[in-house]
Ligand binder design. Structure first.
Ligand SMILES: Nc1nc2c(c(=O)[nH]1)N[C@H]1C(S)=C(S)[C@@H](COP(=O)(O)OP(=O)(O)OC[C@H]3O[C@@H](n4cnc5c(=O)[nH]c(N)nc54)[C@H](O)[C@@H]3O)O[C@H]1N2
Ligand SMILES: Nc1nc2c(c(=O)[nH]1)N[C@H]1C(S)=C(S)[C@@H](COP(=O)(O)OP(=O)(O)OC[C@H]3O[C@@H](n4cnc5c(=O)[nH]c(N)nc54)[C@H](O)[C@@H]3O)O[C@H]1N2
Ligand code: SF4
Ligand SMILES: [Mo]
Length: 714
């Protein structure tokens, strides 16, 4: 499909680096990328890109990107051939499985997996072969509460309603910063442009966040809130909607289950009580509740800030109920469900999710959809006994920097009998592997968004062929997983799972999907017709779909899942983390548009300019500690301590400090030359693996109690 050696040929594809899936136009001259621009003809992103788009080229050309498998003995790495690498992995894993059983092998899949359809489809096969209960992923440091709540309420973990931003008149964002993140569980290219349009039609944007973020800067109103107290705020909103009779449930009468339990359960969560805990004036809470109910299409949307915290599941529950109570669920301009071309919710092979079928060995944490909370990974390695984890497979992940108490995990990885990483960098995590299997570069592979079309604010579809030919000897992630599966099956003497190429799976998915080509719909979508539309296909605005789309067996919405109601007691009993003391501050995270979790720091064009990894603090908190702007400070939590530069800003709420995650590239043996020049510190050397959203097991990475003092006095 590529026209690589033609001078100046332009190739269109979707950028896979974040959830916004912008269309890009990439010029290739003599086999080299010479420019990456927005694709003005993409009907969804309309030419929008962010500064990260150019890193598609930089990743491809990065001299630090591994291009050959690597094997380590002692501290020495050497390049090797694929066959030698596969054999070493099959042997390493098989030995552990044979001696200690399949649960002794843990698997961790990181965030880029969901932006990589080959890896997604083929990791399932691989899991099937190993059959371990110790599966982990970035889900439990991220959106687990969303998935759990949607599984319980609507019957499917991916039935996550998204803000219908293009028609909304009132948009409440709590704990999300789409101006930096470009949106999450809300695929929304050109968020800024879409918000301009919202305001131009008389709509209103309100942001609730402990930091006056880039999104707050473009909003009509910004409200500070004390980290970790959002459930109080959200339940107070719901309380006002119910007690002031602002609710309108007429659209859901026939399929709303257990609504009668909601009012009594949340009666104690009044705006006045919430004000004391959240530091949001009760009048503001009442005003926002009324505005949500009044607007002609309103939506309450909450993301990282309200899911990766102490009451993540309660927050996501309250958000669903607010949208239901105001009649905004499944309504244009409100919170709506998508109908993607490959229907992973209503289609065949759908995985609705399951909860607590087994528990983690050491702490008894519940599984969700086959995965355990990653906060338990280190203890599963470190604690002796039956079922102890002795080997680890990581794919597209960097848990040493991205999961709580990363320092402890860093040490635990050293004790494994075997570890293999499928990754193209030698980083903080993969340096512990015995073998690294580097996949092709993203521009060398084709792309279809299996995941983010499910969360897109319009129904769209796009298939991108590979932009560049695969380098000689390179393997795609799915090919690596397939080959590994075959070698391991052979070594264990079991039958390998048949591997179907991603494009064949896509063809099946499209045809079976809601727009698929069939006898009745001869001009419907199939692989060929989709591939011909190089700028992507617009399938129209989101459509109301309830109750038909509900996936619970009773075809109802469950408004009162048992475990959620039970957690209200914990909320009432523990408004602040039990460990916090008077002089402590609450630490939250921070994303920047020029970063990408832990792996955006090795590209000169992205990291240039002023450093961005400082600890941000309000001047009054600095004064109370006799600290000054630019000074080095020590930052201490229950689990660790780091030294970092201080930056004073009144964008922070007093009592709260902010540190971005994904930094800390000065660990020994890391081969990231640009990132190591300006390493920063890892926020997750401070986050606490014992602090969880109890219902889901999701990690608490926001609202972490910390002490800050001058570095010299340590
Ligand atoms: N304190 C704190 N911690 C956080 C967060 C936070 O807000 N605060 N955010 C959390 C969230 S939301 C997430 S999603 C996680 C992310 O956590 P992880 O997924 O564990 O880490 P990433 O930083 O995304 O690392 C991605 C890895 O994948 C590799 N990679 C990139 N593309 C590919 C590919 O195509 N194939 C393969 N095989 N490898 C690839 C990169 O080299 C890198 O090593 O971090 C979480 N951690
Ligand atoms: N540029 C860039 N884009 C990214 C990423 C990246 O690393 N860089 N990561 C991608 C990934 S994996 C994800 S999951 C998404 C995340 O997408 P978002 O959730 O939009 O990203 P964040 O910037 O983490 O936004 C969380 C917000 O919550 C606030 N917050 C923290 N604690 C609390 C709290 O207790 N209550 C409230 N109300 N707010 C709180 C923070 O100040 C922050 O503004 O971004 C994706 N996009
Ligand atoms: S917003 Fe996301 S998808 Fe769009 S160009 Fe930037 S990184 Fe790529
Ligand atoms: Mo994420």
């Amino acid at each position: 499909m590529t026209k690589d050696n033609q001078p100046g040929s332009v190739h269109y594809r979707a950028c896979h680096l974040c959830e916004a899936i912008c269309g890009v136009a990439i010029t290739v001259e003599e086999g080299r990328v010479t420019s990456v621009k927005g694709d003005a003809d993409d009907p969804f992103s309309r030419g929008h890109v962010c500064p990260k788009a150019v890193t598609l080229k930089d990743v491809h050309e990065d001299p630090d990107r591994l291009r050959q498998p690597m094997i380590r003995s002692g501290k020495q790495w050497r390049e090797c051939g694929w066959e030698e690498a596969y054999a070493a992995v099959a042997e390493g894993l098989a030995e552990v499985i044979e001696k200690q059983g399949p649960d002794a092998v843990a698997i961790y899949l990181g965030n880029p997996t969901v932006h990589n359809w080959g890896m997604m489809t083929h990791s399932v096969n691989f899991h099937g072969l190993i059959r371990t209960r110790n599966r982990y992923s970035a889900t439990s440091v991220d959106q687990l509460p969303h998935q759990l709540i949607c599984h319980w309420m609507y019957g499917h973990q991916l039935m996550v309603p998204v803000p219908d931003v293009d028609r909304s008149q009132f948009f409440l964002i709590i704990g999300g910063n789409p101006m930096a993140s470009n949106g999450s569980l809300m695929t929304v290219p050109d968020f800024r442009g879409r918000m301009k349009a919202l305001r131009a039609r008389g709509g209103r944007l309100v942001v609730v966040d402990p930091r006056r973020t880039e999104t707050a800067e473009i909003a009509d109103d910004h409200v500070f809130i004390r980290p970790g107290t959002d459930a109080w705020f959200l339940l107070a909103l719901l309380n006002v909607i119910i007690t002031e009779h602002l609710d309108d449930l007429s659209a859901y009468e026939d399929f709303l289950g257990n609504w009668h339990q909601v009012g009594p359960a949340i009666a104690g969560f009044t705006p006045e009580r919430a004000e004391e805990i959240c530091r949001v004036p009760s009048q503001t809470i009442r005003e926002i509740a009324r505005a949500l109910a009044d607007a002609d299409g309103a939506v309450c949307y909450g993301r990282m800030g309200v899911s990766v915290q102490r009451f993540g599941t309660l927050c996501q529950w309250a958000i669903q109920l607010i949208n239901i109570a105001t009649g905004n669920l499944d309504r244009p301009g409100g919170s709506m469900f998508t109908l993607p071309a490959v229907d992973t919710v209503g289609g065949p092979n759908s995985r609705p999710g399951h909860f607590n079928r087994w528990q983690s060995r050491v702490r008894g944490l519940p599984e969700f959809s086959g995965e355990l909370p990653v906060a338990a990974l280190a203890e599963e390695i470190l604690t002796p006994g039956d079922g102890q984890v002795r080997a680890l497979i990581t794919g597209a992940g960097n848990p040493v920097l991205s999961t709580p108490n990363g320092q402890q995990l860093d040490e635990a990885l050293e004790q494994l009998d075997f570890m293999v990483s499928v990754d193209f960098y030698l980083n903080e995590t993969t340096r512990h592997a015995r073998v690294i299997l580097p996949p092709s570069s993203p521009l060398e592979r084709d792309h279809f968004d299996l995941v983010f079309n499910v969360f897109a604010v319009r129904n769209v579809a796009r298939y991108s062929p590979a932009t560049l030919p695969k380098a000689q000897g390179a393997r795609h992630d799915w090919e690596i997983l397939t080959a590994l599966g075959e070698r391991l099956a052979q070594r264990l003497g079991v039958a390998p799972k048949p591997s179907i190429p991603p494009t064949a799976l896509l063809q099946m998915g499209l045809r079976a999907g809601p727009y698929g080509r069939s006898e009745e719909r001869p001009d419907g979508l199939d692989f060929e017709s989709l591939a011909q539309q190089v700028h992507g296909v617009d399938l129209g605005p989101l459509q109301p779909c309830l109750p038909d789309r509900l996936q619970r067996e009773d075809r109802m919405i469950d408004c009162a899942p048992e475990r959620v109601l039970a957690d209200l007691e914990r909320l009432a009993a523990e408004p602040e983390p039990s460990s916090i003391s008077d002089e402590q501050l609450l630490m939250i995270g921070r994303r920047h548009v020029r970063s990408n979790n832990s792996w955006g720091h090795n590209y000169r064009r992205l990291v240039k300019g002023k450093p961005r990894h400082q600890l941000q603090m309000h001047p009054t908190d600095a004064q109370a500690r006799q600290l000054t702007d630019g000074q080095l400070v020590r930052l201490r939590s229950r689990v660790g301590e780091v030294t970092v530069d201080l930056q004073l800003t009144d964008a922070m709420m007093p009592g709260v400090v902010s540190l971005p995650h994904g930094w800390g590239h000065d660990r020994k043996g890391v081969r990231l030359r640009v990132a190591s020049e300006r390493p920063g510190v890892s926020m997750n050397d401070l986050t606490d693996e014992s602090a969880l959203d109890v219902v889901s097991g999701n990690a608490v990475l926001n609202g972490v109690p910390v002490t800050v003092y001058a570095a010299e006095s340590s």
